[in-house]
Design a protein around this ligand. Sequence first.
Ligand code: NAD
Ligand code: GLY
Length: 372
Amino acid sequence: MNTKANPGMGQPLPTRVPVSLGERSYDILIGPGLLADELVWQGLPAASHALIVTNETVAPLYAEKLAARLSATYRQVHLLGLPDGEAYKDWTTLNRIFDVLLAEGCDRKTVLFALGGGVVGDMTGFAAACYMRGVPFVQVPTTLLAQVDSSVGGKTAINHPLGKNMVGAFHQPARVICDLDTLATLPSREMSAGLAEVIKYGPIADPVFLEWLEQNIEGLRRRQPDLLVHAVRRSCEIKAQVVGADEREGGLRAILNFGHTFGHAIEAGLGFGAWLHGEAVAAGMVMAAELSERLGLTPPGLCRRLARLIERAGLPSRGPALGTDEYLRHMRVDKKAEAGDIRFVVIEGLGRAALRTAPDGLVAECIAAHCG
Ligand code: NAD
Ligand code: GLY
């Protein structure tokens, strides 16, 4: 952890995690107080216009602070507050971003700033990928989920009535700035949902991190600052390494979807929004661990261990009783499915993940053991 003094600023330097993607490389900066830290906002792409895209919940909390910071660099700083919610991650709302960009005469150098959770980040990134065939954007994530996952890696999208995140593009941000102080206002249910994505990184990549989480999960739920720095940094390091090796998900990147195949079935089966994404992923990871054990890939014990940690994080360790057929039906339309075969992220020994198919009977046993 970097705790060196920041010369002249009297506060620690932010922690820096590089994402190495050749000419698309960028830094993730992590720490408290970054919205007020002048240095963090230096060296951004030059332009005369900047547009902050946020939502009606986050705007009153942090938009003014961000606008003040950006006005030192950009001659015109515009602000757009979108309605809040996954339901608005659609064409109509996306179009409002283009409406403002065009109405304000924003040129092809304009920089977009995504201030909010994953919904705002995904939509702003997609708008940046499309506007005048591509303008730069900066992620300023304000949920734990966005800080440890969605703001990093350049996946941007909106939803289609027939599928979640089905219309989008890969477009890497120019920088990711995670001000940990913004998590102070996050509802505790959203905090727990973010912890599900943090927990994910342990079994897929880092057994030591998993142990650390077991020792510190209550402190993380209380948002203890030193623990947050470590959890966000380690999560971003793992994600940056995976994205650096497989930016467009030719293979490896799919391991970031541990628990997501079962989780997707929960979200789709209950209707999107009934459970938060992180809650569905949490129960999904328990089922995926069970499957890894039943396939003989990982020694018994991981499933019970993960379930205990997930419950301590304030998350559900059991899925809803949708019925096995309903689970299987939704899993067949998962983005990882190929030619109707469901592919699962499984743990091949703690800290190593892989994609595997599995017989329906075995999957049904996992569902029966951990649902209802
Ligand atoms: P979200 O963006 O809906 O934010 C959750 C809620 O918290 C919202 O009501 C939001 O307004 C509120 N909020 C945000 N910051 C706050 C703060 N600091 N204080 C108080 N309230 C705050 O949800 P999310 O969990 O951040 O993101 C979920 C989205 O991310 C989904 O659309 C999902 O598809 C996407 N996602 C994308 C990727 C990717 O790689 N691009 C990865 C994972 C998830
Ligand atoms: N959240 C999964 C990914 O970025 O690939």
